[in-house]
Ligand binder design. Structure first.
Ligand code: FES
Ligand SMILES: [Fe+2]
Length: 357
């Protein structure tokens, strides 16, 4: 599936945000993740649980069932499943035949996000969960606020590449966060393990009114360091440090303010996704500023979504591998693609696919 080899682009050995903490309650909800329908709910201890949404009896969505204590009863014929997905009771008979179960997915709650592991449930790799302290979600001097959940009709890699590319800011977001200086700034791209790190520094950049209001300073010139860390397959940290003009690119910038915009992208199907975004910042922690930032960031994301959905719609009419030309600014996006391709190959070695056919 473009831009990757093979029929699917889903990396399963990874954590994805299944939902916001407060969406997941004792009343189950259904959400499709990597093409799999999942029932999400909390048991009486408050622990979040994810089970396959298809009841193993006749397939009623388990999210239509009822949670009691630490189990869920299907709403059709009352089969009862435990947290491990095993069927504990069948109301119409004494005995539960061995092996009746629905798939259970490991989950982990970090900050306001509930993460789900889509690989082998017996081997969740907790070391791959993001470090909330490092992200600025652990309190002082950072103020973290949740953003929204955008549903986007585009394949996840289009969003990944949008976030890894700063050159579109000067065009698609010319009226908000884009400034022509970004186009001229030097970019460095490094790859370490599952992360692509892209850094750009601008000097004596003319601030946009939007940016000046954020920092609470008069419009003028600043230096800005823009570091995007993409953790494959779908997590992004966009860290922006604004510094006094003439100090920002050295080792000790006179920092005016910093923020990180976090995007946790969860593929829903091969061509749709959720973006659960969040913001953490060190400047102006007022509610008014939070509301202002949320509205503005949502506005920027909506501009991206228009481009992403139109690109996806155009892809629908293309052959599997459309002709495309890349430019120097696509270095990070291409390195990101390569990382994901490696993860996909590690999960599905080409000869395994061959053998299956
Ligand atoms: S479909 Fe769930 S118990 Fe019958
Ligand atoms: Fe954008």
């Amino acid at each position: 599936m473009y831009p990757f080899e093979g029929a699917t682009s889903f990396v399963t050995r990874a954590w994805y945000v299944a939902g916001w903490s407060d969406e997941i309650t004792e009343k189950p909800i259904a959400r499709t993740i990597l093409g799999q329908s999942v029932a999400l709910f909390r048991v009486s201890t408050g622990e979040p649980v994810a089970l396959s949404n298809r009841c193993t009896h006749r397939g009623l969505p388990l999210a239509m069932g009822t949670v009691n204590g630490d189990e869920i009863a299907c709403g059709y014929h009352g089969f009862v499943f435990g947290l491990d997905g095993r069927c504990r009771r069948i109301p119409s008979q004494e005995r539960v035949p061995p092996g009746i179960a629905v798939r259970q997915y490991p989950v982990a709650e970090r900050w306001d996000w509930v993460w789900i592991w889509m690989g082998d449930p017996a081997f969740p790799d907790y070391s791959l969960l993001p470090d909330t302290q490092e992200l600025g979600l652990g309190g002082d001097p950072w103020l973290a606020v949740r953003g929204d959940d955008f549903h986007v009709r585009a394949r996840y890699q289009l969003f990944n590449e949008n976030l890894l590319d700063l050159t579109h800011l000067s065009f698609l977001h010319a009226d908000s966060i884009g400034t022509p200086d970004l186009l001229e700034s030097q970019m460095t791209v490094d790859v370490v393990d599952r992360t692509v790190r892209v850094e750009r520094c601008t000097r004596s950049e003319q601030m946009s009114p939007f940016y000046a209001r954020r920092l609470g300073i008069p419009i003028g010139r600043i230096d800005r360091r823009h570091v995007t860390s993409f953790v494959a397959p779908t997590f992004h940290v966009v860290h922006v440090i604004a510094a006094k003009e003439g100090t920002g690119v050295g080792p000790a910038p006179a920092v005016l303010g910093e923020h990180k915009i976090l995007h946790a992208i969860t593929p829903e199907t091969e061509t749709t996704l959720h973006d659960f975004w969040a913001l953490t910042r060190t400047y102006n922690t007022s509610d008014e500023m939070t509301a202002y930032l949320r509205e503005n960031i949502n506005g920027v994301i909506r501009q991206d979504i228009v481009a992403l959905e139109a690109t996806e719609a155009a892809l629908a009419g293309c052959s599997d591998r459309p002709l495309e030309f890349s430019c120097a600014a696509d270095e990070a996006a291409l390195k990101g693609r390569r990382l994901i391709q490696q993860l996909l190959r590690a999960e599905r070695p080409p000869n395994t696919e061959e053998k299956r056919r």
